[in-house]
Design a protein around this ligand. Structure first.
Ligand SMILES: Cc1cc2nc3c(=O)[nH]c(=O)nc-3n(C[C@H](O)[C@H](O)[C@H](O)COP(=O)(O)OP(=O)(O)OC[C@H]3O[C@@H](n4cnc5c(N)ncnc54)[C@H](O)[C@@H]3O)c2cc1C
Length: 305
């Protein structure tokens, strides 16, 4: 039995920035790596699958929900501390459940430069490592010096250089794709001191650029598709005449503000409406440009096919 008892039939739409999707059959928010391990054991004994959720800002959860155990790594695992190294740099230690933006702001409070871009990303620190989240020329990999994760048997600590980071991918994402267990528990980041004024000015500049170009007031999961090599997804979608496009009045729409985002107007679209629109966009862009868009958004649960 897990130390933390999973709840049953928990609605997930509120745990996804897309604001749609059905319930988790079982749901738990662990506080430690040991609790993560015992939850996996609990799921194994019950014969159900596990999905690890962070802040749900890159997930589309199916209308049927998830017929297994959702382990949400969130506020119960959100420690944050720092220590100075001999060479004057600072190591910031963050729990996987800490909001990545909080990590970015904490670095700014300490006058540390390099994590300014994190302030605008609505995921968790674990999700940022898993996806190697990045924006405006910065990437999570730039400052990660160590990651702790549970590998199905043990809690492991590996260097940033061993994390297999690439464009929106990491060792953990690859392990996940191969069906291996990898739950990120936290990271250490190493950053240098900079000018507080310049750091604050950069954060403000990035915030302004984001607000001007992205539909931040409408539910979405950010960029729906990955950037195909040599292209920009938003530009390809726009060139296919799909900026602002909707298949119907479900609420799912290609954002009129940023073609790279599919939005859920009023939070009334179902996950299946969003998925239908994603498929339509993929098909039309391929027809128009010959480029096959790949989703950046992770599909959780059953979407048929
Ligand atoms: C308005 C908006 C703007 C965005 N802008 C950006 C941007 O500029 N750049 C960018 O890169 N992304 C952006 N995103 C997407 C998203 O915020 C990032 O991908 C983020 O890193 C996802 O973190 P999360 O905690 O929400 O992950 P989730 O959506 O919860 O999960 C994403 C994947 O990570 C896995 N995962 C999460 N936590 C863990 C963990 N602890 N251990 C193992 N696996 C885990 C999940 O299983 C899932 O496969 C944006 C999203 C929105 C809504």
């Amino acid at each position: 039995m897990a130390d933390v008892i999973p709840l049953e039939n928990v609605p997930l739409a509120g745990y996804s920035t897309f604001r749609c999707g059905g319930p988790a059959r079982y749901f738990a928010e662990p506080s430690t790596g040991d609790e993560v391990a015992s939850l996996f054991k609990w799921a194994e004994d019950k014969g159900v699958e596990v999905f690890v959720l962070g802040n749900g800002s890159n997930c589309l959860i199916s209308d049927e929900g998830f017929d297994g155990l959702v382990i949400r790594i969130a506020k119960n695992m959100s420690e944050l501390s720092s220590s100075e190294t001999d060479d004057g740099r600072v190591i910031v230690t963050a729990g996987a459940g800490l909001p990545f933006a909080r990590f970015g702001n904490y670095c700014a409070e300490l006058s540390l430069t390099g994590a300014e871009f994190a302030c605008g990303i609505p995921g968790s620190c674990g999700g940022a490592v898993f996806m190697n989240a990045g924006a405006y020329g910065g990437e999570t990999k730039d400052f990660i010096s160590r990651v702790s994760y549970w590998d199905g048997n043990n809690i492991r600590y590996i260097d940033g250089s061993e994390c297999g980071f690439g464009y929106r991918t990491s060792l953990f994402e690859k392990m996940n794709a191969e069906g291996k267990k990898a739950v990120i528990l936290g990271f250490e980041a190493i950053l240098s001191k900079g000018s507080k004024e310049e750091i604050d000015a950069l954060i403000e500049d990035l915030r302004r650029r984001r607000t001007a170009s992205q539909p931040l007031d409408v539910p979405s999961a950010g960029s729906t598709f990955k950037r195909p090599e040599g292209f920009f997804a938003a530009k390809l979608i726009e060139e296919a005449g799909l900026k602002g496009f909707a298949l119907d009045d479900s609420g799912a729409q290609v954002s009129p503000k940023h073609a790279g985002f599919i939005v859920n107007n009023g939070g009334r679209a179902k996950a299946s409406d969003v998925k239908r629109l994603m498929d339509h966009v993929t098909e039309k862009v391929f027809g128009n440009s010959g480029v096959k868009l790949e989703p950046e958004v992770r599909l959780v649960g059953n979407f048929g096919g």
